[in-house]
Design a protein around this ligand. Structure first.
Ligand code: PRP
Ligand code: ZN
Ligand code: MG
Length: 212
């Protein structure tokens, strides 16, 4: 019998809530102990714990059938997967920020400037829409350090509580997009997996409805 494989973030802000959602769907897992794969005893599903940045790619390549990922990460990956459901947790925004010393008047500030980000694809699209030409410096993490070490004039990164910006002397000046956790699936699931997915989706929808 076939099993559904779901990819979720190994450790980070979506991990706990992703597992919690599966539990609320009545799906039980043995306690992890650092294992990167867990198999449920009461539903034909297997959880793969991955880096969030890899979830979309693995769902597209059908290493996993479905995945839970931040919409921001999915949009940046720009891959062909189906978006099935907005999950109502992991809320954050992708924003532009500059040093709090800057007398910021508007998006024109970024013309000819350098912006550090882990979201080059989404940022480039945004700047194009706004008619601003800036150079994009890709950094894979600790983006908020860039202005203070002279690497860039501003950053484009995820803001949730705002505390990372604040402790690095930055202020949020433009919102690029809002994001939350979403459920994605591979586009070519076979009949059996499709049926399992429908069962799971039915449970997820009931859990979400009960929370409204
Ligand atoms: C994100 C983001 C910021 C931070 C913002 O990183 O890159 O650094 O959180 O959150 P705050 O506004 O609550 O301070 P995160 O650790 O979520 O993920 P990553 O390691 O995958 O970048
Ligand atoms: Zn990450
Ligand atoms: Mg980060």
């Amino acid at each position: 019998m076939s099993k559904l494989k779901i990819a979720i973030q190994k450790s980070g802000r979506l991990s706990e809530k992703s597992l919690e959602l599966l539990k609320e769907c009545g799906i039980k897992f043995p306690n992890g102990g650092g294992k990167l794969i867990a198999e449920s005893k009461n539903f034909p599903i297997e959880v793969l714990f991955l880096r969030d940045d890899d979830v979309t790619k693995y769902v597209e390549q059908q290493v996993a059938d479905i995945g839970i990922i931040g919409e921001n990460v999915y949009l940046e990956a720009n891959l062909e997967v189906n978006v099935l459901e907005y999950l109502g947790f992991g809320g954050c925004r992708l924003s532009l920020a500059v040093s709090k010393e800057v007398d910021y008047q508007g998006i024109e500030y970024f013309e000819g400037k350098k912006i550090a980000t882990s979201y080059p694809f989404v940022l480039e699209k945004y700047l194009k829409e706004k008619g601003v030409k800036a150079s994009i410096e890709f950094i894979s993490g600790s983006v908020e350090i860039a202005p203070s070490i002279g690497l860039a004039n501003g950053v484009c990164d995820i803001v949730s509580s705002g505390s990372t910006l604040m402790s690095n002397g930055l202020k949020e000046v433009e919102k690029v997009l809002d994001s939350q956790a979403i459920l994605i699936s591979n586009k070519a699931l076979d009949k059996e997996k499709q049926l399992l997915l429908e069962k799971l989706l039915f449970r997820i929808k009931s859990v979400l409805n009960a929370k409204e």
